[in-house]
Design a protein around this ligand. Structure first.
Ligand code: 8YV
Length: 329
């Protein structure tokens, strides 16, 4: 049997060595060893040449880039779960299959969500800064007071895999679980988590001590937490976001934090990453992280494995396991 030609796979960012090595063995792989994010022109050039493109969240594959794709491009195997950086309609119109890496980031992202909840409620970063500054004068009965988690209400926006993993952890901290989701989750899950479903997001927002956004960014969730909705939050509420910056109106949120209209926030993602609203940087009651919710070595290896399996399955003429379905558009 004649040996089949290996597909040309162009990877846009530096991936873990083990993943890159395996990709080199399996495919005609072009790596980005410098890890310099590709410019739009470089992306267009890559899409024009590749059989398979492996982008990440930092690559915007909009209609223009996808329309410029060459006839060979048949698969976009994204390294990541979120797919909001890819114009799925254009990909479909060009008959390009899109895959992602769901499931393997769930626990890590949920851990980071809890870390942000704890950090914001208990002022971890402020305390750390105080010690480092050399200005700490010793323990005081009223110094560095935060808020107890146990007995508070957590409202989760987006009760998918990550939202549920957050709920499981939060219950261990004594939080009661509330959620808003497009669809009510299975009664068994609701009862396991003793979760209260709110069809009305507005109603839920007004009653929670802590809000966590765990939904994907889609046209329907863009600025889901608009200025109007943010204003419904209780004055002492804590808001954490490990999903996508675009889900929250960052300007409105910043204004509220500046005016003391919100207790605290923990943000791992931003509306215009990597740019962060400079006003946020000045606020003491905000914990800011550089989109590291899923940043574990184990997670990155699992993601890479998924990318490889998706490419391999597709190249063998089968439907890749993580094909993004049209219902996700
Ligand atoms: C990933 C993420 O690290 O997978 C996602 O949706 O937000 C991140 O945690 C990133 O997307 C990799 O492309």
């Amino acid at each position: 049997m004649p040996e089949r030609k290996k597909p040309l796979v162009i990877v846009t960012r530096k991936l873990p060595d083990a993943i890159e090595t395996r990709m080199m063995e399996l495919f005609d792989t072009r790596l980005n060893l410098d890890d310099e994010p590709m410019s739009r022109d470089q992306l267009i050039a890559a899409a024009a040449e590749a059989d398979v493109l492996v982008p990440t969240v930092t690559d915007t594959l909009d209609a223009g880039v996808i329309e410029a794709a060459g006839p060979r491009l048949k698969l976009i195997a994204s390294f990541g779960t979120g797919i909001d950086h890819i114009d799925l309609r254009s990909a479909k119109a060009r008959n390009i299959t899109v895959t992602n890496t769901p499931g393997v980031l769930t626990e890590d992202t949920a851990d980071m969500t809890m870390a942000l909840i704890l950090a914001a409620a208990r002022r971890l970063v402020e305390g750390e800064r105080l010690v480092r500054s050399g200005d700490w004068t010793g323990w005081g009965p009223t110094s560095m007071l935060g808020h107890r988690l146990s007995g508070k209400r957590l409202g989760i926006i987006g009760m998918g895999r990550i939202g549920q993993a957050v709920a499981r952890r939060a219950r261990g901290f004594g939080l009661s679980i509330h959620y808003h989701n497009r669809r009510r989750v299975h009664p068994e899950v609701e009862s396991e988590l003793e979760a209260t479903y709110w069809e009305s997001l507005d109603q839920m927002l007004a009653r929670m001590d802590i809000i966590s956004t765990n939904c994907p960014h889609t046209p329907a969730t863009y600025h889901l937490l608009s200025a109007r909705r943010l204003a419904l939050l209780r004055r002492e509420a804590i808001l954490v976001n490990t999903s996508r910056g675009e889900v929250i109106d960052e300007t409105a949120l910043t204004k509220m934090l500046q005016r003391g209209e919100l207790g605290a926030a923990g943000l791992d993602v931003f509306e215009h990453e990597p740019a962060v609203n400079p006003k946020l940087l000045k606020l003491p009651n905000v914990v800011l992280l550089p989109h590291m919710g899923s940043a574990t070595l184990e997670g990155r290896l699992d993601m890479g494995q998924k990318v490889i399996v998706n490419i391999r399955t597709f190249a063998d003429g089968h439907t890749p396991p993580d094909r993004v379905l049209e219902t996700e558009f």
